[in-house]
Design a protein around this ligand. Sequence first.
Ligand code: PLP
Length: 303
Amino acid sequence: MIPILKINQDIHTIKLFEKNNISVHLLRLDEIHPVVSGNKLFKLYYFLKDVLHSPYKTIITFGGAYSNHLAATAFACNQLNIKSIGFVRGEQPKTLSPTLEFCIQNNMQLEFIDRVAYKTIHEKKFSGSLFQKFGNHILIPEGGFSLPGMEGAKLIWKYIEPNNKYTHICCAIGTATTFAGLINGNTNDTIITGFPVLKGLHDIEERLIHLKILPEKKYKVIHDYHFGGYAKRNDELIHFINSFYSQNHIPLDFVYTGKMMYGVYDLINKNYFPGNSNILCIHTGGLQGNNSLPDGTLKFTNT
Ligand SMILES: *Cc1c(COP(=O)(O)O)cnc(C)c1O
């Protein structure tokens, strides 16, 4: 899919289990790369293609101190000899997060910006100032939330076996860009089922309109599995991720995929899915985010 990057192209779908006429599969996008696994490289794809064809090889983007998006952007740009500048929300901390360390190792230039100013990054005045300060560049909105990001996420369909008639495809929702790409690429009556990991993310419809998703497209949003909000967790979630690992030897991340998988298992127990459902869950990666957990929280390490 992303031949411009040196990543593992050999992605598998595995069957997790079949019980009471419901089967659950997992698309292992996390296998793309141990650190920048999952959906982020898809969302970057068209931006990277663009910048490679442009005379000014610079990308500017945004994210928090634990952002999978920043890590993926730094990695991809470094591989392609593109200059990357990452605006990090919040004051510069005394010790950098593992994510930001990774970004620096991958030659990303970090610019810290306080939370008040960060709220203005979408304004013309701010983007104008970037041209003055850094010259010509390609700007990627936070999390890749944009049409090219959605088109890139749509490429995930290339890894979804067409002969396997999934009734549901499940994914975690952050900015909803990946969700939108899956919805857009859906040509049959599969229900794309999204699990927001933020509390009170009630503008998904607007987000889908912004990403030019036709209103008749089939999807479902399940708001019950954010565990208190973004990057919030409890013992039950951690226990689930650990036992999922014991059973399947597959690591999940606690910010996104752990919550989505927990939700799918819980909904199965509550008989949410009709009989004969054939469910595909997307492992969107994000495993580097687990580095922010205290040692020993999870029974596995990333690398
Ligand atoms: C960023 C991320 C998501 C959310 O993707 P969006 O396109 O922003 O909705 C889901 N899973 C993982 C692991 C991520 O890192």
